[in-house]
Design a binder for this molecule. Structure first.
Ligand code: AVJ
Length: 314
């Protein structure tokens, strides 16, 4: 992992335009900042999806075609703190469903947190967290005879280009059996006035989240980025439906990365691209489901039509 970080940073900062992968945001500091982002008034995504699970869980359950006599595996990819999932679990329990909840994450800390949160809400529930790579674990779970419902929430898929998202769904589909379902949470295309502030909050938390990537390179790869000389540069392309974030060099400067044995020159205003957060509509969802063996069953949205949870079946 750390070795891959070094390889990816070297490659990303050697090309034109420069880029760094958003998957590296989430070190300890970055994960804490992302938790702060989810509480920001401008970051409507979390509340919108929470509202869906709070008010429309029964619609979701109906679209999943579940019956309370049969048990199933409820598997979550990258569960975070489980704040939204808990609402779905409450609704499932309310209807007496039998299921085994399995959150999968590459962070032991995240799994502990979710386990604690669930134990607090449902003292009697047994959950089976699994640490590791999504597909590796899904492959292991494929042997289970029970039907599966896989959760991939929070518009996490939005960090992928459509081609990547399509490969991701192909891979996911290969690890599912006929009749299994996916709940895919995605942010919907909408006006720039709503989207842009979500990535450019007034308290500067998103800016700190983005700049933390440079601090991470400083500490893990012995670099000397001065984070005061870079600024958070967000934009939203309304036509394309993609929010993009970059770090912009405020001056002409050179940065040394000892751990990579390299020096990187930045021109004033030059950007390092760090993240895309794609927004969706039915046609984009259809497109990323092409040739995956998956089909769209339905969708459930929040009251403002900001966010959707698509129910997809194999
Ligand atoms: C966790 C990928 C859904 O893109 O909205 C939040 C990450 N980046 N603010 C998103 C993020 C900046 C977030 N996802």
């Amino acid at each position: 992992m750390n070795k891959q970080f070094a390889i990816d940073v070297k490659e990303g900062l050697s090309k034109t335009p420069k880029s760094l992968s958003s998957k590296y945001f989430y070190d300890e500091k970055g994960s804490a900042l992302f938790s702060e982002i989810m509480k920001l008034p401008e970051y409507y995504l979390t509340n919108a999806e929470f509202e869906i699970f709070q008010n429309k869980a029964s619609e979701i359950i109906e679209l999943l075609g579940l019956t309370s006599e049969k048990s199933f595996d409820l598997i979550e990819l990258g569960a975070g703190d489980g704040y939204k999932t808990i609402e779905l679990l409450k609704a499932l329990d309310h209807c007496n469903f039998q299921y085994q909840y399995t959150p999968i994450d590459i962070s032991a800390k995240a799994l502990h947190q979710i386990e604690g949160n669930i134990q607090r809400q449902f003292p009697k529930k047994k959950i089976s967290p699994k640490l590791g790579d999504y597909f590796h674990i899904l492959h292991e779970l494929k042997a289970s005879p029970l039907p599966k419902v896989v959760l991939f929430l929070g518009s996490n898929i939005g960090n992928m280009e459509n081609v990547e998202a399509n490969s991701f769904l192909i891979h996911l589909s290969e690890n599912l059996s006929k009749g299994d379902k996916i709940i895919l949470g995605v942010d919907l295309k909408k006006s720039k006035d709503i989207v842009l502030p979500a990535y450019n909050d007034s308290q500067g938390v998103t800016s700190a989240f983005n700049l933390n990537l440079l601090s991470r390179i400083n500490s893990e790869l012995e670099a000397n980025f001065n984070t005061d000389l870079f600024e958070h540069a967000p934009m939203y392309d309304e036509r394309e439906g993609v929010a993009k974030s970059a770090l912009k060099s405020i001056v002409n400067q050179e940065v040394e990365i000892k751990g990579l044995d390299m020096k990187v020159a930045f021109k004033k205003e030059e950007q390092i691209h760090t993240e895309i957060s794609r927004k969706y509509d039915d046609s984009v969802i259809q497109k990323i489901c092409l040739n995956t063996g998956l089909n769209l069953i339905g969708k459930v949205t929040d009251s403002q039509n900001y966010f959707a949870d698509y129910i997809i079946g194999k």
